[in-house]
Write a protein that binds this ligand. Structure first.
Ligand code: G3H
Length: 533
């Protein structure tokens, strides 16, 4: 590890970063009010180093509450009361009114863009343009979700006559949702579950990510002003606050994006698992398969972005490359050369592609994977490799990777790209079939028959086969799901609405008095459910 950390010098800091004024986040939304927390606070420090009077230090960005079990219970009770066993004001409101609240929230949030982007950049060290992109993608996602909701309402406004029955089918809310997003897309992936949950009429407790929390505090008043009392409640802290929420048995939907270990720990706290619906986005080990006849320029470009985008901290990142043995040396050489060209820098530096890693101990974890692989015969192909300081890891390409190495199986979630050479596609498919994960794969080649055959096989092993391009979640209008330990449920603008609702029916015998009543209720606009709207 280098003695010289990637250092921000006070004199070079861009203006407007606001490092001189740490944010003290004492107020959080609970039961329609911004409650002042007077309990313990936790320091939030930047992952990068700043030159300080006593040497390099992680600058203090803010202070966040460490909520306890009591706040956890209060947040839950507020959501339970707003749900009112399904009879609360929010679940009973006409869906168009709920949509208006969501649209109002999006407008309020848009006005906070600069502050949210600033805090995201500082706390998770995502490069400035990517933070902006996450912000815009989130606004767009809300807009698309509103459009999908409207389409759903339109589609469910009709009467269906079938098998001697007349029916109207709609999707109805489930209850109280607990929404927990990850650190790598803290804004986007927290709201990607919260917004559809609310839109469908559920009430929610949001537990802020362990890292990437500060950006939510400017949103507290937006949430308070856009939604009625108790509909959204925010928790900040660890297990102590959130465990009682789950053990109460009063959570009906658990929406969690993070690791399968943490998801399982949360799910297992619920005393009545049959009553709990889970929507999970979890870790993955997405493979790129580069066939002997692949266009190597394209494969290198896509694998570079897939493996090293946001330091490889994407669940959809490419985390293992299988290269046909004929082209493996040339592919690895070119990939390593491209990785050596990536700019390592602080998130505000122009062109910074590799930035400090916010997870504590991450560079050391990646180093352990690297050393394990080297000890078992892998070789470093990049000029730079390994940890540069306690939080920065050089973009590293490893060649000669084999199944006995940890990096072949474990999710690295960092800028370390292992390449394994293969001579027979069956061995690649067997390795993927044995993997604990099953999110996506990327396929590069020219022979259409081979691409077709592999797509057929891969479709049974993962949930998305990318042909000639990197793995990714977007666009959010496409279904995003996975197999095995990589996901439960599907998220996309349409599927998320289904994930947070259940199908319900009102029905009567066709031609019966009940059917006549249904039609008249609709015609005279006497019901929100039985309605033509
Ligand atoms: O961490 C996983 C994110 O969903 C990645 O999203 O593939 O669109 O960059 P993306």
């Amino acid at each position: 590890m280098s003695d010289q950390p990637l250092l921000a010098r006070c004199a070079d800091l861009p203006s407007g970063l606001g490092l001189d004024r740490p944010l003290e986040c004492r107020r959080h939304l609970l039961d329609g009010e911004l409650r002042q927390w007077s309990g313990p606070m936790q320091e939030v420090r930047a992952p990068f180093f700043l030159e300080g009077p006593d040497g390099p230090e992680h600058p203090l960005l803010g202070l966040c509450p460490v909520h306890d079990a009591e706040v956890g219970e209060q947040a839950l009770e507020a959501a339970v009361a707003a749900w009112g066993g399904g009879l609360g004001d929010w679940p009973c409101r006409p869906p168009a009114q709920r949509a208006a609240c969501v649209a109002d929230f999006a407008r309020r949030m848009a006005a906070k863009k600069a502050e949210i982007v600033r805090l995201m950049q500082l706390e998770i060290c995502k490069a400035g343009p990517e933070c902006e992109q996450e912000f815009h993608r989130t606004i767009e996602n809300i807009r698309d979700t509103l459009a999908a909701h409207e389409a759903l309402l339109r589609a469910s406004s009709v009467l269906i006559e079938t098998g001697g029955m007349l029916a109207q089918a709609r999707r109805s809310p489930i209850g109280v949702a607990l929404c927990m997003g990850p650190f790598n897309f803290p804004l986007n992936e927290t709201l990607a579950t919260l917004i559809p949950a609310l839109l469908m009429g559920n009430t929610a407790v949001v537990k802020l990510p362990r890292i990437g929390r500060l950006l939510f505090f400017p949103l507290m008043d937006c949430l308070r002003d856009a939604f009625p009392r108790g509909v959204v409640n925010v928790l900040c802290g660890g297990t102590e606050a959130v465990a009682p929420v789950m053990t109460s048995g009063k959570v009906d939907v658990l929406a969690f994006i993070g690791t399968s270990r943490a998801a399982e720990a949360m799910r297992s706290l619920h005393p009545r698992p049959n009553r709990l619906r889970c929507v999970f986005g979890l870790e993955a080990k997405n493979a790129a398969i580069v066939l002997a006849d692949a266009d190597l320029d394209l494969a290198v470009r896509q694998v570079l972005r897939g493996a090293f985008g946001f330091n490889g901290q994407r669940c959809t990142a490419l985390k293992l490359v299988f290269a046909a043995k004929e082209i493996a040396p040339e592919f690895t050489r070119r990939l390593a050369e491209a990785a050596d060209g990536l700019t390592i820098g602080l998130p505000w530096a122009p062109g910074a592609a590799i930035t400090p890693l916010p997870e504590p101990g991450k560079a050391a974890f990646l180093d352990a994977l690297l050393r394990d692989a080297l000890a078992k015969g892998a070789r470093v192909s990049t000029r730079r490799s390994g940890p540069l300081d306690a939080t920065t890891f050089a973009p590293t390409v490893l060649s000669g990777v084999t199944p006995d190495m940890r990096v072949f199986r474990e999710e690295q979630f960092g800028p370390l790209c292992p390449v394994a050479a293969f001579s027979d596609e069956a061995e690649v498919l067997r390795a993927l079939a044995r993997s604990d994960y099953g999110q996506q794969a990327s396929l590069f080649g020219s022979d259409l028959a081979a691409l077709g055959r592999l797509t057929d096989r891969l479709a049974n092993l993962v949930s998305r086969v990318n042909i000639g391009c990197k793995a990714q979640r977007g666009p959010d209008t496409l279904p995003f799901t996975a197999r095995k330990d990589s996901a439960v449920g599907t998220l996309s603008v349409t599927e998320a609405l289904n994930a947070f609702s259940i199908e319900t029916l009102a029905a009567a015998g066709a031609g019966s008095e009940g059917a006549r009543q249904m039609r008249e209720i609709r015609a005279r606009r006497l019901s929100v459910y039985l309605s033509e709207d």
